[in-house]
Design a binder for this molecule. Sequence first.
Ligand SMILES: [Zn+2]
Length: 88
Amino acid sequence: MKRYLVVEESVCPECEGDGVVLDPCWREYLELGDPHRDPDGFAREECGLEEMPPEEIECPTCGGTGVIRREVPLEEALAALEGEVRHG
Ligand SMILES: [Zn+2]
């Protein structure tokens, strides 16, 4: 009995293929929406950081590739393909 696996590639849902996401501290800062607040002060007080980090960080979900790869059984891949053909 052998199993055949194929590699499924899909666009990363976290970064939508960009490979980078907004730093969590930046996200908080921007959501706060207070342009008068010093970003570095915000980072120190709210995020426990020395200063504001770079705005974008490598996407932790896809490791910066923008693509998610996973191994799936051949049967599953074929069934998925068939479904795509049928439903357009
Ligand atoms: Zn990603």
